[in-house]
Design a protein around this ligand. Structure first.
Ligand SMILES: *Cc1c(COP(=O)(O)O)cnc(C)c1O
Length: 241
Protein backbone atom coordinates (compact mmCIF):
# COMPACT_ATOMS: atom_id res chain seq x y z
CA UNK A 1 0.00 0.00 0.00
CA UNK A 2 1.43 3.33 -0.98
CA UNK A 3 -1.23 5.59 0.53
CA UNK A 4 -1.04 6.17 4.25
CA UNK A 5 -3.49 4.72 6.73
CA UNK A 6 -5.19 8.03 7.42
CA UNK A 7 -5.94 8.57 3.75
CA UNK A 8 -7.26 5.01 3.50
CA UNK A 9 -9.60 5.42 6.44
CA UNK A 10 -10.86 8.81 5.28
CA UNK A 11 -11.52 7.46 1.82
CA UNK A 12 -13.41 4.45 3.16
CA UNK A 13 -15.55 6.63 5.39
CA UNK A 14 -16.30 8.97 2.49
CA UNK A 15 -17.16 5.97 0.35
CA UNK A 16 -19.66 4.68 2.92
CA UNK A 17 -21.58 7.94 2.83
CA UNK A 18 -21.41 8.43 -0.91
CA UNK A 19 -22.31 4.83 -1.70
CA UNK A 20 -25.50 5.17 0.28
CA UNK A 21 -26.41 8.38 -1.57
CA UNK A 22 -25.73 6.77 -4.95
CA UNK A 23 -27.84 3.71 -4.11
CA UNK A 24 -30.69 5.92 -2.96
CA UNK A 25 -30.43 8.06 -6.07
CA UNK A 26 -30.54 4.96 -8.29
CA UNK A 27 -33.57 3.64 -6.42
CA UNK A 28 -35.50 6.89 -6.65
CA UNK A 29 -34.67 7.43 -10.34
CA UNK A 30 -35.78 3.88 -11.08
CA UNK A 31 -38.99 4.44 -9.17
CA UNK A 32 -39.75 7.67 -11.04
CA UNK A 33 -39.34 5.76 -14.29
CA UNK A 34 -41.54 2.89 -13.12
CA UNK A 35 -38.56 0.54 -13.04
CA UNK A 36 -37.13 -1.73 -10.37
CA UNK A 37 -33.78 -0.70 -8.84
CA UNK A 38 -32.54 -4.26 -9.40
CA UNK A 39 -32.82 -3.69 -13.14
CA UNK A 40 -29.94 -1.24 -12.93
CA UNK A 41 -26.34 -2.31 -12.43
CA UNK A 42 -24.03 0.11 -10.68
CA UNK A 43 -20.57 -0.16 -12.16
CA UNK A 44 -17.97 1.71 -10.11
CA UNK A 45 -15.48 3.50 -12.34
CA UNK A 46 -12.34 2.97 -10.30
CA UNK A 47 -9.63 4.83 -12.22
CA UNK A 48 -7.12 6.43 -9.81
CA UNK A 49 -8.75 4.66 -6.83
CA UNK A 50 -6.16 2.60 -4.92
CA UNK A 51 -6.85 -1.14 -4.87
CA UNK A 52 -7.28 -1.32 -1.06
CA UNK A 53 -10.07 1.28 -1.27
CA UNK A 54 -11.69 -0.71 -4.09
CA UNK A 55 -11.43 -3.84 -1.93
CA UNK A 56 -13.13 -2.01 0.91
CA UNK A 57 -15.91 -0.82 -1.40
CA UNK A 58 -16.48 -4.36 -2.65
CA UNK A 59 -16.64 -5.60 0.94
CA UNK A 60 -19.51 -3.13 1.41
CA UNK A 61 -21.50 -4.57 -1.45
CA UNK A 62 -20.23 -3.05 -4.68
CA UNK A 63 -20.16 -5.89 -7.18
CA UNK A 64 -19.06 -4.45 -10.48
CA UNK A 65 -15.98 -2.35 -11.20
CA UNK A 66 -14.59 -0.82 -14.37
CA UNK A 67 -11.09 0.32 -15.20
CA UNK A 68 -10.32 2.42 -18.22
CA UNK A 69 -6.56 2.23 -18.62
CA UNK A 70 -4.84 -1.07 -19.36
CA UNK A 71 -1.63 -0.11 -17.57
CA UNK A 72 -3.45 0.91 -14.39
CA UNK A 73 -5.60 -2.21 -14.48
CA UNK A 74 -2.52 -4.41 -14.72
CA UNK A 75 -0.80 -2.56 -11.88
CA UNK A 76 -3.78 -3.01 -9.56
CA UNK A 77 -4.93 -6.39 -10.82
CA UNK A 78 -3.33 -8.66 -8.22
CA UNK A 79 -4.80 -6.58 -5.41
CA UNK A 80 -8.34 -6.38 -6.76
CA UNK A 81 -11.02 -8.37 -4.87
CA UNK A 82 -11.94 -10.39 -7.95
CA UNK A 83 -13.50 -13.29 -6.07
CA UNK A 84 -16.29 -10.93 -5.06
CA UNK A 85 -16.74 -8.58 -8.01
CA UNK A 86 -16.91 -8.42 -11.70
CA UNK A 87 -14.13 -6.47 -13.49
CA UNK A 88 -14.92 -4.82 -16.81
CA UNK A 89 -12.94 -2.63 -19.17
CA UNK A 90 -14.50 0.73 -20.04
CA UNK A 91 -11.71 2.78 -21.63
CA UNK A 92 -10.25 3.32 -25.05
CA UNK A 93 -8.47 0.15 -26.13
CA UNK A 94 -5.64 -0.21 -28.61
CA UNK A 95 -5.44 -3.51 -30.45
CA UNK A 96 -1.88 -4.16 -29.23
CA UNK A 97 -3.12 -4.13 -25.60
CA UNK A 98 -5.95 -6.62 -26.10
CA UNK A 99 -3.75 -9.57 -25.20
CA UNK A 100 -3.20 -8.19 -21.69
CA UNK A 101 -6.91 -7.89 -21.01
CA UNK A 102 -8.74 -10.89 -22.36
CA UNK A 103 -7.92 -13.16 -19.42
CA UNK A 104 -8.68 -10.51 -16.84
CA UNK A 105 -12.00 -8.84 -17.61
CA UNK A 106 -15.54 -10.12 -17.98
CA UNK A 107 -16.63 -7.53 -20.54
CA UNK A 108 -15.05 -4.95 -22.83
CA UNK A 109 -17.41 -2.00 -23.18
CA UNK A 110 -15.47 0.06 -25.69
CA UNK A 111 -15.54 -1.90 -28.95
CA UNK A 112 -15.87 0.56 -31.80
CA UNK A 113 -14.24 -0.98 -34.84
CA UNK A 114 -14.15 -4.22 -36.74
CA UNK A 115 -10.38 -4.38 -36.30
CA UNK A 116 -10.60 -4.16 -32.51
CA UNK A 117 -13.43 -6.70 -32.42
CA UNK A 118 -11.48 -9.15 -34.57
CA UNK A 119 -8.39 -8.76 -32.41
CA UNK A 120 -10.42 -9.53 -29.29
CA UNK A 121 -12.21 -12.39 -31.02
CA UNK A 122 -8.99 -14.02 -32.20
CA UNK A 123 -7.32 -13.71 -28.78
CA UNK A 124 -10.38 -15.32 -27.18
CA UNK A 125 -10.66 -18.11 -29.73
CA UNK A 126 -6.99 -18.92 -29.05
CA UNK A 127 -7.87 -19.23 -25.37
CA UNK A 128 -11.09 -21.16 -25.94
CA UNK A 129 -13.36 -18.45 -24.62
CA UNK A 130 -15.94 -15.93 -25.72
CA UNK A 131 -15.75 -12.30 -24.56
CA UNK A 132 -18.94 -10.34 -23.91
CA UNK A 133 -18.56 -6.87 -25.41
CA UNK A 134 -20.53 -3.67 -25.72
CA UNK A 135 -20.29 -1.46 -28.76
CA UNK A 136 -19.47 2.13 -27.93
CA UNK A 137 -21.45 4.76 -29.81
CA UNK A 138 -20.01 8.24 -30.31
CA UNK A 139 -23.35 9.79 -29.50
CA UNK A 140 -22.10 13.40 -29.40
CA UNK A 141 -20.19 13.08 -32.70
CA UNK A 142 -17.00 14.24 -30.99
CA UNK A 143 -13.81 13.89 -33.02
CA UNK A 144 -11.77 13.50 -29.82
CA UNK A 145 -13.75 10.50 -28.59
CA UNK A 146 -13.92 6.84 -29.39
CA UNK A 147 -17.09 5.09 -30.42
CA UNK A 148 -18.70 4.28 -33.72
CA UNK A 149 -20.86 6.92 -35.43
CA UNK A 150 -24.54 6.16 -34.93
CA UNK A 151 -25.05 5.91 -38.70
CA UNK A 152 -22.39 3.20 -38.87
CA UNK A 153 -23.62 1.21 -35.86
CA UNK A 154 -25.78 -1.32 -37.62
CA UNK A 155 -23.18 -1.94 -40.32
CA UNK A 156 -20.57 -2.58 -37.63
CA UNK A 157 -22.86 -4.99 -35.77
CA UNK A 158 -23.39 -6.99 -38.97
CA UNK A 159 -19.61 -7.34 -39.21
CA UNK A 160 -19.20 -8.34 -35.55
CA UNK A 161 -22.00 -10.89 -35.70
CA UNK A 162 -19.86 -13.69 -37.25
CA UNK A 163 -16.84 -13.15 -34.93
CA UNK A 164 -16.63 -16.40 -32.92
CA UNK A 165 -14.68 -15.08 -29.93
CA UNK A 166 -16.97 -12.23 -28.97
CA UNK A 167 -20.60 -11.84 -28.14
CA UNK A 168 -22.19 -8.40 -28.43
CA UNK A 169 -24.34 -7.78 -25.37
CA UNK A 170 -25.31 -4.15 -25.70
CA UNK A 171 -24.26 -0.56 -26.19
CA UNK A 172 -22.21 2.00 -24.30
CA UNK A 173 -21.99 5.77 -24.64
CA UNK A 174 -20.12 8.69 -23.12
CA UNK A 175 -22.05 11.84 -24.09
CA UNK A 176 -20.19 15.15 -24.32
CA UNK A 177 -19.07 16.63 -21.01
CA UNK A 178 -20.73 19.94 -20.29
CA UNK A 179 -23.96 19.19 -22.14
CA UNK A 180 -27.06 20.66 -20.52
CA UNK A 181 -29.49 18.35 -18.78
CA UNK A 182 -31.90 18.61 -21.70
CA UNK A 183 -29.12 17.77 -24.17
CA UNK A 184 -28.03 14.83 -22.01
CA UNK A 185 -31.54 13.46 -21.97
CA UNK A 186 -31.62 13.87 -25.74
CA UNK A 187 -28.45 11.76 -26.07
CA UNK A 188 -29.72 9.13 -23.64
CA UNK A 189 -33.07 8.91 -25.41
CA UNK A 190 -31.35 8.54 -28.76
CA UNK A 191 -29.26 5.68 -27.34
CA UNK A 192 -32.41 3.95 -26.11
CA UNK A 193 -33.85 4.18 -29.61
CA UNK A 194 -30.78 2.46 -31.10
CA UNK A 195 -30.87 -0.15 -28.34
CA UNK A 196 -34.53 -0.99 -28.90
CA UNK A 197 -34.21 -0.83 -32.66
CA UNK A 198 -31.24 -3.22 -32.76
CA UNK A 199 -32.91 -5.57 -30.33
CA UNK A 200 -35.87 -5.86 -32.69
CA UNK A 201 -33.59 -6.82 -35.59
CA UNK A 202 -32.49 -10.06 -33.90
CA UNK A 203 -29.00 -10.01 -35.39
CA UNK A 204 -27.19 -13.33 -34.81
CA UNK A 205 -24.83 -13.24 -31.83
CA UNK A 206 -25.96 -9.71 -30.97
CA UNK A 207 -28.16 -9.36 -27.91
CA UNK A 208 -29.17 -6.13 -26.25
CA UNK A 209 -29.02 -6.88 -22.51
CA UNK A 210 -26.96 -3.93 -21.39
CA UNK A 211 -27.26 -0.22 -22.09
CA UNK A 212 -24.32 1.39 -20.31
CA UNK A 213 -24.67 5.16 -19.96
CA UNK A 214 -24.75 7.80 -17.24
CA UNK A 215 -21.90 8.96 -14.99
CA UNK A 216 -21.63 10.88 -11.73
CA UNK A 217 -23.33 14.05 -12.95
CA UNK A 218 -26.18 12.46 -14.86
CA UNK A 219 -26.78 8.84 -13.85
CA UNK A 220 -30.26 9.60 -12.49
CA UNK A 221 -31.27 11.10 -15.85
CA UNK A 222 -29.76 8.12 -17.67
CA UNK A 223 -31.84 5.72 -15.55
CA UNK A 224 -34.99 7.72 -16.16
CA UNK A 225 -34.30 7.45 -19.89
CA UNK A 226 -33.61 3.69 -19.81
CA UNK A 227 -29.98 2.88 -18.89
CA UNK A 228 -29.50 -0.64 -17.51
CA UNK A 229 -25.98 0.15 -16.27
CA UNK A 230 -24.53 3.37 -14.93
CA UNK A 231 -20.78 3.96 -14.57
CA UNK A 232 -20.11 6.10 -11.53
CA UNK A 233 -16.70 7.25 -10.32
CA UNK A 234 -16.35 10.54 -8.48
CA UNK A 235 -19.80 10.41 -6.89
CA UNK A 236 -18.64 7.23 -5.11
CA UNK A 237 -14.95 7.86 -4.45
CA UNK A 238 -14.64 11.64 -4.45
CA UNK A 239 -13.08 13.91 -7.00
CA UNK A 240 -10.00 12.63 -8.74
CA UNK A 241 -6.93 14.67 -7.85
C1 LIG B 1 -14.20 7.88 -15.38
C2 LIG B 1 -15.27 7.24 -16.17
C3 LIG B 1 -16.58 7.19 -15.71
C4 LIG B 1 -17.04 7.80 -14.40
O1 LIG B 1 -16.87 9.17 -14.40
P1 LIG B 1 -17.39 10.07 -13.15
O2 LIG B 1 -17.78 11.35 -13.75
O3 LIG B 1 -16.26 10.15 -12.20
O4 LIG B 1 -18.55 9.32 -12.58
C5 LIG B 1 -17.51 6.53 -16.51
N1 LIG B 1 -17.18 5.98 -17.68
C6 LIG B 1 -15.93 6.01 -18.17
C7 LIG B 1 -15.65 5.38 -19.47
C8 LIG B 1 -14.94 6.65 -17.43
O5 LIG B 1 -13.69 6.68 -17.92
Amino acid sequence: MTENLFDYEARCKAFDEQYQVVCETIASAAKRAGRKPEEITLLAATKTVPAPVIAYAVSKGLCCIGENRVQELLEKYEQLPLADCDLQFIGKLQTNKVKYLVDKVSCIQSVDSEKLAQTISKACVDRGKVMPVLVEVNIGKEASKGGVAAEALEGLLEKLSPCPGIQVRGLMAIPPAGATEAEMKGYFTEMVQYYVDIKSKNIDNVSMDCLSMGMSDDYAAAIECGATMVRVGSALFGRRG
